[in-house]
Structures are given as C-alpha cells and as structure tokens.
Write a protein that binds this ligand. Structure first.
Ligand code: THU
Length: 139
C-alpha cells in the first residue's frame, strides 16, 4: 500500500462516492458507506450499502456499484473507491474482495477514503492475495 497523489479522476471518484454514501440505507448499523467505480470505458458507477431487517440480506456499497457497472455495460474495474466517515479507514469485506476479483485485471486499483480524502491505494492482490479461482469452473 502507498499514500497517494490524487489524479483528477480520483478526485471525481472521491466526490461521487461521498455523494453515494449520503444515500446509504443503514438504519441498523448507522454506518454509511459509498463506493464509486471507474470502469474500463471511463464511465463511473455508484453504490451505497442497503441494509435489511433480516440483517444478512443487507448489501455492501461495493456490491451495489458492481451491479450498476454490469448493468451499464462495463466488465472491468479500473478503480474502485470506498468512502466512509470516522477515524478508522475501512477496506472492502472479504466477500466484496471476491466480488471485485470477478471484474478485476492486473491494474485494478482499490482506493480507501475518509472525509479527509483518499488515504490509501491498494492492488487487489495486496488485499486478497489468495482469492478463489478455479479454471475448471470457467470452461
Ligand atoms: N459495509 C459496506 O458497505 N462496505 C464495506 O466495505 C464494509 C461494510 C457496510 C455493510 C453494513 O451495512 C455496514 O457497512 C456495517 O457493516
């Protein structure tokens, strides 16, 4: 992981994810998360967490942004920025790392941000060094 110098695209992803986080439906945890993806095409897709009274049914912000990306016609994540407020920087949960893996390539970048801005940039292999792959299932 390394500290970053935010490019224009990354500043835009930051602003969009911050807006998405305001839309979160998180009445149970009260913890709002926003995600913004830049697809290979350059288009941006947003997601926020959507909780449910049946707690495990709730979905993460990353899952929402990935669904929007697929619906919008992109299949490769160039960058994904995750935004939440608070002192502790949050990273995608294990399930979301596997979701990201499905649509990542070698240059996919994961950006972690809080109110102060983008704090970390990571590769997927740093966060998920040994995720699930099975070439047999891809046939
Ligand atoms: N959450 C996300 O949306 N993304 C993450 O990367 C971590 C956690 C959500 C799920 C739940 O609605 C709330 O944060 C508290 O766990």
């Amino acid at each position: 992981m390394q500290e970053m110098n935010a490019s224009l695209t990354e500043k835009n992803l930051f602003e969009q994810a911050k807006k998405a986080h305001k839309m979160a439906y998180a009445p149970y945890s009260k913890f709002a998360v926003g995600a913004a993806i830049e697809g290979k095409s350059g288009k941006i897709y947003l997601g926020c967490n959507v909780e449910n009274l049946s707690y495990p049914v709730g979905t993460c912000a990353e899952a929402g942004a990935i669904a929007a990306m697929i619906c919008g016609g992109d299949t490769i994540i160039n960058k994904i920025l995750i935004f939440a407020t608070g002192q502790e920087l949050i990273a995608p949960c294990g399930a979301c790392l596997q979701r990201i893996k499905e649509f990542a390539d070698d240059s996919t970048t994961i950006l972690l941000a809080n109110e102060q801005g983008i704090q970390k940039r990571c590769s997927l292999s740093e966060l998920l060094p040994f995720g699930f792959v099975n070439s047999e299932l891809k046939k």
